[in-house]
Design a protein around this ligand. Sequence first.
Ligand SMILES: Cc1cc2nc3c(=O)[nH]c(=O)nc-3n(C[C@H](O)[C@H](O)[C@H](O)COP(=O)(O)OP(=O)(O)OC[C@H]3O[C@@H](n4cnc5c(N)ncnc54)[C@H](O)[C@@H]3O)c2cc1C
Length: 375
Amino acid sequence: MSQLPDVLVVGAGIIGAACADALAARGLRVTVVERDAVGSGATAAGMGHLVAMDDSAAELALSAHSLELWNELVAGEPQRHEYARCGTIWVAADDEELAAAQAKGLAMQAHGLECRLLDAPALYALEPQLRPGLAGGLLVRGDGLVYPPKSARLMLDRAKARGATLASGEVVALEEGAVRLADGTRMAAGQVVLAAGTRCLALAPELPLRPKKGHVMITDRYPGFIRHQLVELGYIKSAHASDGDSVAFNLQPRPTGQVLVGSSRQFDTMDLAAEPRMMARMLKRAVEFAPALAGLNILRCWTGLRAASPDGLPLIGPDPSRRNVWLATGHEGLGITTSLATAELLAAQMAGGQAAIDAQPYLPSRFAGQGRAYA
Ligand SMILES: Cc1cc2nc3c(=O)[nH]c(=O)nc-3n(C[C@H](O)[C@H](O)[C@H](O)COP(=O)(O)OP(=O)(O)OC[C@H]3O[C@@H](n4cnc5c(N)ncnc54)[C@H](O)[C@@H]3O)c2cc1C
């Protein structure tokens, strides 16, 4: 019997791990190749916020469906994923943002997500640490959080239990029906899935991806300081910016009682050094919304690189310029949330079967003919 894997997945971040699991569940022989530790890339840097995002209809469909899949995954064992159903409050600073919150709530409700528009008294009743003078917010109850590298490990463990294998090595080239590792080894496979995050660019430089650097800080333990993930509605403007540096107020209550402080975005750098200048901007913004944060101890700061596509949606499907190569990348700041729906979409395309949502908006071929990408 041939030992050739049906599928070789490059990268064991949360996307590669979820894809390996979904492919193995469909009976394919899967090998995952990882150059470092499982979940050590952007996955380890992520805040782990499982959040419905509605910047586009396709983003809402993908995130809402993935949240359903997360609910199934964590059911019965939430503590293994360090899962908490904290909900998200989108904080509206003024009446204009409150109107935006209302529109957001309507879009989400149309997808079956449970939302509640908060006036100012309701907002302060839920989150008394917020500064006075805010207009209100939108509570999205079903959002939650996990510890991403742990979830990636659990997904990969389940894939292994279904017969997948994990190989250690750095892929340096894609070849017809194979990959080449840094030590010269050639690993053959029927199909290859590129799930290497921003590092996909090293293997397929024409991909329409840009690295977007982000910083995250974590405090000491202050149980109950906040209870929901708090995000300013202005976050959307910051997340959409296509150039320059930006920060937005984004706080998360970890189950440990610690508070995660996000978020920042910087383009086109692969330098992972934490930058005091960006940390200072993030903390200033956070303290503007939650003044008592100024009295908490920050323990650590780290950074990571999001793989951003031109339209903010991931690339899930066949690589238009390489035979038997599939892409699962470009998840930007939402890949923890959308990992499970990504895996379902990819596995349905590769192994047959139904996915609950339409694959079309995420197909890499949508960029065909645009500039350098897929020229
Ligand atoms: C600061 C920050 C905060 C974020 N917060 C959130 C959040 O709250 N919620 C959310 O949903 N998303 C969040 N994200 C986004 C999320 O973290 C990413 O979208 C997601 O982790 C991408 O996963 P991945 O598996 O594609 O990439 P990665 O996690 O980077 O995994 C790629 C893997 O491939 C391996 N690899 C790379 N090249 C090779 C090679 N040549 N050969 C072998 N292996 C290779 C790497 O070592 C790595 O393990 C955040 C991201 C950042 C940076």
